[in-house]
Design a binder for this molecule. Structure first.
Ligand SMILES: Cc1cc2nc3c(=O)[nH]c(=O)nc-3n(C[C@H](O)[C@H](O)[C@H](O)COP(=O)(O)OP(=O)(O)OC[C@H]3O[C@@H](n4cnc5c(N)ncnc54)[C@H](O)[C@@H]3O)c2cc1C
Ligand code: SF4
Length: 534
């Protein structure tokens, strides 16, 4: 066991946000210790685990589960790690392992729209952010350069510099769908951190369609790469270190963190500055677990905002068979989407949304469907070829508005280390429900334009999670209705910062991680400038 127990800065959580913040601080000369609750596992082992998995559509399947640092599991049976107490189950999917949840993502790295930062002043809904798009723009670019992002120029998010990466060439699927849907629907290249050429010591995408749950050749960026680059920059990492409590002095400054190793031996780490980067659910858990006589409702929670305003992108989907073979399954799984419903005055009335077009291979789902319908032998084989070549699957990302009742708290249940598991209350309001009505209309128009048959909408009233978890550590200028200041510093604790998607006050309509990374890089600058002034 590594015994290092102090540093200038202690970062809790080795996911993409914690690792890239830690890297930036180390490159600037700070001593940084990163504590990660999960194990260190290499890409080769993950690919091998996926190869042998019986559950190929389960993105969590390759990622080792540990009782010591548990995460939610849904296949083959739900482990009920999260206690669900609301009308809708919040099916959060996250990985507790060095590199974090973005190990199994689609590497979509979108910027918010400028309007996403001020929906209250523009449309009278949601919240205004304490910072503007323009303030974040340089950090968006810094994050895009680190991870190698390419994408469409027509997203509505202004750029001061060109994308650092050219997009991966469009597959036949993407070309045909784009042509057939024009001009009513404009299909754009997704903004993704995916190599179209050798970059950063990693190869170009070879189009084998395995991006989720793991890219076998690291052509797409993820938190594991971020953690490795942090270590190369000098960050000291301790894995299997489950932080369970923060200590503070009489003024509320944080003095130490305590973690259990996987033998349940407790260790104490001191630092000048602490950064919590343990994701939008586990960070809340940790701060609530750290309650003390001075802060009986948990740290950073004098405002009673901790864990509230939990948002995700609730999604509904549709599948259908196009009237020509379009051959999904060659090229990246998330190549393109329709962005024209992301913004407009209609946001006063109903949720905006982005329509995500999947290019995942449809062979497994089509085969299951056909066997279920009694097909076998030659007819089964021919039908698989026919339907899998024409099957199209799309889903959306609806903006959910912050609601203080949607909340993460502590459950009475305990994990193997005796730590409470998360409890979540989640409901979906009429703003989203009205957005689903609009979405279904668009889905039907798209299906019609593609001459579709066998159209299957997702069940009325059912939503899936998109894993874009925001709001629980919301930043704001007013300490009465936010958890951190505009730099991610806890209102209640001068040397405690938070990074990750939780600090984002609203969820917008695009995948959230690029914005969280940009904010983390900005927080790193703030920590460095505070250190200089001290
Ligand atoms: C299937 C899937 C696909 C996705 N695709 C995309 C996408 O294409 N684009 C996008 O923008 N987003 C995507 N996301 C969301 C994205 O993965 C997350 O937004 C992102 O990983 C959040 O980064 P983070 O660093 O804040 O948290 P995480 O990546 O979750 O990292 C947090 C780290 O903290 C550690 N930790 C937790 N508790 C403790 C503790 N007590 N002590 C010490 N360490 C702790 C965890 O082990 C973990 O390593 C996807 C998510 C899923 C599940
Ligand atoms: S298609 Fe996806 S999995 Fe295959 S190389 Fe490209 S990024 Fe990696």
């Amino acid at each position: 066991m590594n015994t290092i127990n102090s540093a200038d800065i202690c970062v809790i959580g080795g996911g993409i946000c914690g690792a890239l913040l830690a890297r930036k601080l180390a490159l600037a000369g700070s001593s940084v210790l990163m504590l990660e609750s999960g194990p260190r596992v290499g890409r080769g082992e993950l690919v091998e685990r996926y190869r042998h998995s019986a559950f190929k559509s389960d993105f969590m399947a390759p990622y080792p589960f540990s009782e010591m640092s548990p995460h939610p599991v849904f296949t083959p049976e739900a482990n009920k790690y999260i206690e669900q107490v609301g009308p809708h189950a919040f099916q959060a999917q996250y990985i507790r392992m060095l590199g974090g949840t973005s190990w199994h993502w689609a590497a979509q790295m979108w910027r918010y729209l400028p309007s996403d930062f001020k929906t209250q002043s523009l449309y009278g809904v949601g919240k205004d952010w304490p910072i503007s798009y323009e303030e974040l723009e340089p950090y968006y670019y810094e994050a895009e350069v680190i991870s190698g992002v390419g994408g469409s120029l027509e997203t509505g998010s202004p750029r001061s510099q060109p994308f650092p990466m050219e997009p991966v060439p469009a597959s036949y699927f993407q070309q045909r769908v784009t042509e057939r849907l024009a001009p009513d629907f404009k299909v754009l290249d997704d903004c993704t951190a995916r190599n179209s050429r050798s970059f950063d010591g990693r190869p170009a995408c070879c189009g084998n369609n395995n991006c989720m749950p793991v890219c076998p050749i690291d052509a797409q960026y993820h938190g594991g790469i971020a953690a490795t680059s942090a270590e190369k920059a000098g960050v000291h990492t301790i894995t299997e270190a489950v932080v369970y409590k923060l200590e503070h002095d009489d003024q509320g400054a944080i003095t130490a963190v305590n973690y259990y190793d996987w033998n349940k031996t407790s260790h104490r780490v001191t630092a000048k500055t602490f950064v919590i980067a343990a994701n939008a659910i586990e960070s809340v858990k940790l701060l609530l677990m750290s309650a003390s006589p001075k802060f009986p409702n948990g740290l950073a929670n004098r405002s009673d905002q901790m864990g509230r305003n939990l948002c995700d992108h609730p999604a509904i989907g549709v599948t259908f068979d196009v009237d020509e073979p379009i051959w999904p399954g060659r090229g990246p799984v998330s190549p393109c989407s329709i962005g024209q419903f992301r913004d407009g005055d209609f946001r006063r009335e109903h949720a905006p949304f982005r329509i995500d077009i999947s290019n995942s291979s449809q062979v497994a789902s089509v085969t299951k469907e056909l066997i279920g319908a009694g097909y076998y032998g030659v007819k089964l084989e021919g039908s698989i070829r026919d339907r899998a070549s024409r099957r199209m699957s799309i889903k959306n990302a609806l903006e959910q508005l912050p609601d203080p009742d949607n909340r993460v708290t502590l459950s009475d249940k305990k994990d193997a280390l005796g730590l409470p598991t998360p409890r979540i209350y989640w409901d979906i309001d009429d703003y989203v429900k009205k957005g689903t009505v609009e979405t279904r209309k668009r889905y039907d128009e798209i299906a019609k334009q593609l001459g579709a048959t066998n159209i299957k909408h997702s069940k009325e009233g059912a939503f899936s999670n998109r894993q874009h978890i925001t709001g629980t550590l919301s930043m704001g200028k007013d300490e009465k209705n936010s958890v951190t200041d505009p730099f991610g510093r806890a209102h209640d604790h001068p040397n405690l910062y938070m990074v990750g998607t939780g600090v984002m006050p609203t969820v917008g309509t695009c995948n959230v991680t690029l914005t969280a990374v940009a904010l983390a890089l900005r927080t790193a600058d703030k920590i460095l400038s505070e250190a200089r002034h001290a």
